[in-house]
Design a protein around this ligand. Sequence first.
Ligand SMILES: [Zn+2]
Ligand SMILES: [Zn+2]
Length: 136
Amino acid sequence: MSHSTTLTERQSIVLDALSHHAGPASAYALLEYLQGASGLKAPQQIYRVLDKLLELGLVHRIESLNAFVACDQPHHDHTRGLILLAICDQCGRVDESSDAAVERGLQRWASQHTFQMGGVSIEIHGTCGECAAHPG
Ligand SMILES: [Zn+2]
Ligand SMILES: [Zn+2]
């Protein structure tokens, strides 16, 4: 998938806001942050833009937080394969990665269950290294 896709003004504004947001942001937090930039004033408008960015693989939804993060590995093909999202419950940072061994394990599971696996994202809650090293 090519990411040289030209984004609309709204898409780039929202993506930019997400990239600068520390940790995941809800649609409402984005709305507040943007303060009506590019005419984005209603949550439905933000959701429409986010849907497109999700489709392009530039943004990920964190289901458990009902929030969004900008993809930090946009060169990866997210339409198949695995995304691991490590969410720190202390500081809220999200680290995105993938793991070939976990992915192989899931593929084995999928063939055992005759299940056609699409994209997988796994949200892992816990404490990041930074917070573990400096509690409080
Ligand atoms: Zn990503
Ligand atoms: Zn942390």
